[in-house]
Structures are given as C-alpha cells and as structure tokens.
Design a protein around this ligand. Structure first.
Ligand code: SF4
Ligand code: SF4
Length: 189
C-alpha cells in the first residue's frame, strides 16, 4: 500500500499565496459553488473587470496573479453585500481587503495612482483618526508626479470650506493609531 503524501505548497507559489489570503480573510474559497449571488448584488460590479464571483473563480483556479492585478479589488467599496448574500458563507469583502494588502505588498498594483490614493487615505486615518481630503490630494499628486492635478477644483473647494486646509485629529485618534501599529506588527493581517 502506498503511503499518503501530504503536498506542502512552496512559499511564494500561487497556492501558498492563496492560502495566505484565505488565512488573512478568515474564509475558504473552496466553499464557493459559483452561484453568482455575490456578483448579482454587488453595486459596483458594472465597473469591475472581474465581478466578485469571477475573482473567486480565478483564485480557485490558482490564477492569483490575475486576481491581484484586477481593477476589481480596488473598485470594491467594501459594502459587504456580497458576504451577506453568499449562501456558502464565503466572506468575499474580507477576501477583497486581503487581496488589496497582498497586491500592495507584492507590488502587483498595475495602476500606481490607485496605490497612491489608498496610501494617502489610510495615512490620514492612521494619523488623524479620519480621512483628510487635502492630504490625500497632495500625497496622491506628489506620488504620481502631477503636482497641480485638480487644483482648479481643489482650491475653490478649500476657499468655500468644503475641504479643510489643515487636518483635525478626532477624539480617540491615538487609539486608531494604536490599531494600525498593532496590525503592522501582525504583518498586515
Ligand atoms: S455568492 Fe458565495 S457561493 Fe455564490 S458565487 Fe458568490 S462566493 Fe460563490
Ligand atoms: S464588498 Fe465589494 S465586492 Fe462585495 S458587494 Fe460590496 S463592493 Fe461588491
């Protein structure tokens, strides 16, 4: 009788990467039976290159590179409709989030503007406990080498008080920063 062989995915292989994404998202892509309820309920599926069901299918087929490079993971608005509708309890919203972090960590983001916006937004939340629109704009423009982009819109909005010029920390911003620091220590989980 042949001995049972346990296959251990090679670190860095597609399978290992998918297992890490599943682990971070606390969900199992093998549970998905491709019913499509997630895509049918997703409010931004029309703007995605791969709707949520297809993102899961890419992962099921070990096509993790394709999934990490998809615009869909950045179009996702984290509304969690897909996760609430899934009859198999696949937490797609959490998977999308885990894939965003993986795509950033692995340098797979094809549109650098998207990554710059994401970093600018999260940087504001980390430091001030809330988003700081002027900071996002400035960070994004500096990182993407287009310093004066949207200035004709941004300046009048600042003059009318629609966008604050200086950031304001919320009460409890120190606790928000502590959460970010803890997550950093856990390796982004
Ligand atoms: S709703 Fe759930 S089971 Fe259906 S396709 Fe989406 S992830 Fe798969
Ligand atoms: S969490 Fe993202 S993928 Fe899921 S329904 Fe909302 S926008 Fe669509």
């Amino acid at each position: 009788m042949k001995e049972a062989v346990t296959l251990i995915p090679m670190p860095g292989s597609a399978q290992a990467m998918i297992e890490q994404i599943e682990h971070e998202a606390h969900t199992n892509i093998k549970s998905c039976y491709q019913c499509g309820k997630c895509s049918a309920g997703c409010p931004v599926a029309f703007a995605m290159d791969y709707p949520p069901r297809q993102i899961i299918r890419l992962l099921q087929l070990d096509l993790v590179e394709e999934a990490l490079k998809a615009d869909s993971i950045w179009v996702c608005a984290s509304c969690e409709t897909c996760s609430a509708r899934c009859p198999r309890n696949v937490d797609i919203a959490s998977l999308m989030d885990a894939m965003r972090r993986k795509a950033l960590a692995e340098g797979k983001v094809t549109d650098k503007k998207v990554a710059a916006f994401n970093e600018g937004f999260l940087g504001g939340v980390k430091n001030f406990g809330r988003s700081f629109e002027a900071g996002i704009l400035l960070y994004h423009n500096l990182k993407t080498g287009q310093l004066f982009k949207d200035m004709e819109l941004g300046l009048p909005m600042m003059q009318r008080g629609k966008v604050e010029v200086l950031p304001h920390k919320i009460k409890g911003s120190a606790q928000v920063k502590a959460i970010f620091d803890r997550v950093d220590k856990m390796g982004g989980e």
